[in-house]
Design a protein around this ligand. Sequence first.
Ligand code: ZN
Length: 115
Amino acid sequence: MTSKAMTMDAATSARLHNQLVKLGDMMGDGLHHEPGGKWIVTEYRRTMRALGHSLPRCNNGDAINRAMAERLKTMSCPKCGGALKQTRSGSKRAKCGSCAALFQFVRKAKGRAQA
Ligand SMILES: [Zn+2]
C-alpha cells in the first residue's frame, strides 16, 4: 500500500471545486436552513477542508449575490414588468425599480418569486 491518498490529482481537485460551487449555490438559496438540509453545510465544510481551504466565516453573501444576480437576470416585476434589483448585497430580497414592490426569494423554484 502506498500513501497515494494523500496527494490530490487534478481531476479530484476539479471535482471538489465543482461540488463546492454547487453546495455554495444551494446555501445561497437557503436550502441548508430547511429541514434535512444540514448535510449541505457538513458537505461544504468537508469539501473545503479536502481542498485545503480554511473555513469561511458564517457569511455566504457571495453565493447569495450570485444566485440573486442569476435569478434577476431572467425576471421582471410580476406586477408592472419593471426591472427587479437586489435590495442590498447579501440580501435575498429584490425590489422593483418602477413600482417599488418587494419580493422575497426563498427557495430554488426557478423563476418564481414570493411576494
Ligand atoms: Zn413593479
